[in-house]
Design a protein around this ligand. Structure first.
Ligand code: HEC
Length: 82
């Protein structure tokens, strides 16, 4: 695994999004792909929080979610070049 790939994964772990541990790993076209659950944190709430349906700062409807709620699944594919 290249130094850049290790750095990328380290950043993701250090970011400490609730998804510090991948929930799965698989080979995708010869490259490792890691899957992370993406949970909401405090900084996400002005746009994804409550009250549901109210416009956020970008004019999108808020989702009515709380910190810790699951919002997505993130896929990280690592390019192995050495
Ligand atoms: C500045 C506002 C803002 C903040 C802060 C924000 N988001 Fe979003 N997010 C959006 C918008 C706008 C969309 C697109 C919504 C749509 O297309 O209906 C979106 C979409 C998403 C999606 C895709 C699913 C969906 O509902 O469309 C995920 C996953 C997501 N955000 C996660 C996060 C997480 C995790 C955080 C905090 C780390 C976060 N967001 C913080 C504005 C924001």
């Amino acid at each position: 695994m290249s130094a850049r790939a290790i750095l990328l994964i380290s950043i993701i772990f250090a970011a400490g999004s609730a998804a510090a541990d991948p929930i799965g790993m698989r080979a995708k076209g010869g490259h490792p792909e890691y899957l992370f659950l993406e949970s909401l944190m405090e900084p996400c709430l002005p746009c994804h929080g409550k009250p549901k349906g109210e416009p956020d700062m970008l004019g999108y409807a808020k989702d009515g979610l709380e910190a810790g709620d699951l919002i997505g699944l993130m896929s990280v594919t690592v390019a192995v070049d050495d």
